[in-house]
Each structure stands twice: as structure tokens, then as C-alpha cells.
Design a protein around this ligand. Sequence first.
Ligand SMILES: [Zn+2]
Length: 342
Amino acid sequence: MSLILIHTDRFGDHRPPPGHPERVERAEVMHGVAAAWKQRGRIVQPPRPATRDELGRVHTDAYLKTIDATAGRAVSLDPDTYTSPDSRDVALLAAGAAIGAVDAIVQSRATRVLALVRPPGHHAERERPMGFCLYNSVAAAAAHALTLGMARVAIMDYDVHHGNGTQWIFYEDPRVLYVSTHQYPFYPGTGASEDIGRGAGAGFTLNVPLEAGSTDGDYDEVFKALVIPVIDQFRPELLLISAGFDAHERDPLARMRLSTAGYAGLTRSLCDAAERHCHGRVVAVTEGGYDLSALKSCLESTISVLDGAPAQSPSEPLRSATPRSRVAIAQTRSAHAKYWKL
Ligand SMILES: [Zn+2]
């Protein structure tokens, strides 16, 4: 197993207004985690900016021009999404980090890559910014993998919010399996289990809406019943993770009850699936996660899982499943009965 991180201190130069949850301190947590990794003699690669061609695979030209026009300025793009003078350039580095992660894997420089980036990306749609996101970095990474000749790419999005941007970008594309677990109903409002993809892409969007209060046990049940079986049947050549840590019990924005150990368990089961299908190749790209101590512990445990650390028994027992997972599993199973054996 070889894990590299992609990160730069530049991710601290995107500065939303004071009081915004997607704050500069998140970058400082990432800097600390990257520095500790480097101190262990491991590789932290700086990102390059995404190119226009690379972003043009997932965003319209008009949209790219809109974001270009924010360069050097502080702009409010919607009630949640802001730029500061450096934000456009920093977001280009975030997308470039995700794309560079795919390159590192294709060029056999790593089998696992964690891109420690901000701003997040999964709410950004083809032609609109949304939910703190400017460019959809994970989508740009998936599109890059397709361009390099991969036939099947899976994206697992365990951020607590539904990744509407990623879903819509690949909604009709059977080459990209998009799987999301998210608090529902909740921001951004999308992500019902009946939203399964369209046309040739029908069946290749798998939404698992979960009620607030879902526990480690609930997520574990959902992974065992839905997420892993669908990934196993899809047989991806690369597994991408939209690694949002805002389903953590400490998160101030959402109301889920995942622990750090619970998150590590999810990541481990994704890595195991990647071992079965794609030589262990996993790219994780950070999304949300707004409690700084939870962000730090989740990044550290994700790194240790991606680096192949064996499972440790958690110091506290994981919270057991509740009826919430049963309801979600039944709904998603019935919506996908035509497409997958679940
Ligand atoms: Zn989120």
C-alpha cells in the first residue's frame, strides 16, 4: 500500500466572511495533519491548478467565466457561498489536487491518495456555485479518470449533505456510480431514494437518505446492505470518496451520530471493496466537516485506514443500529430493485 497526500498552505487563502462555518481554521487543521505526515518521512505533494479543459468536462464555459470574474474580489454568489480575492485560484488548486490524485494513481506513484482541500466541491453544479462550493473537485477527478480510459468509476459520498452537484453532473452517465448517504430531509433538499439516475444512467445514482440521529450502527447496516453490494456489482476501476466529516456527532451543522471510529469503519469497508475490484485504488477528496477536533481526528483515522492500518477495536462501543437504517434500506432497495441484487 502506498498513500500520498496532496495539500498546500494555499488552501488557507480562501476566506469567507467572519462567522462562516467553512472557515480558514479548517485549512489549519489540514496543514497540521499534512505536516505530521511529512515529519514521518512520507510524501505530501503540492497540487497544480486544474486546467480549463479539465474543468470544462464538468462545468459549462459560461459558468467558468462567472467564477473567473470573481478573481481578486470578494463576492457573495449565494446566501452560503462567498469568494475572497484568492478564492478562484484556491478552488482551482482544490480541483487540481483531486485531478492530480487520479494521475498519481494512474502513473502508479500511489495506490491511495488523500487530497486535503478546501473549499469543498460536491454541491457545485454544472452551471452554478452552491453550498460553499465553487468547482466540483470530485466530479472533475471522476471525469479525468474517464478521459484516461477508465470504464467504471465509483464515487462514495459520505458527507452528511447530499452531493447534488456530483449527482446531476453524472445523472445520465452509466460509467460513474454515485452513491450518497446523507441526512434527509436536510440541505440541499435533494437526494431522495427515488432519484436513481436517468436514461442510460438509470440505476447508477444510489441515494440513501437517513433520518437525523443515525448512528454508527445505522451507517454500518446501510453499507452492508446497500453501499458495498452495489459497489461489488459495479466493479469500479477506481473508487473516489467525497470525504465529508460533518456526519460526525460533534458537527455543529448536522445532527448525525457517527463517531470517529464509525467513520474509520466506513472508510475501511470502502478500501476492502477497492482491494477486490481495483487493486486497492482509492482517492479521497475532503468535503465538509465543521467541528475542528472531529475534522482532525477523522482526517488522522482516514489516513491510518488508507495507509492500511488494521482495524482497532474502538475505545467505546459503537452505537447500535436504530429503525432509521431499516427504513432507509427498505426504501432504497425498492427504488433499485430493477438494477441491483440487494
Ligand atoms: Zn457537508
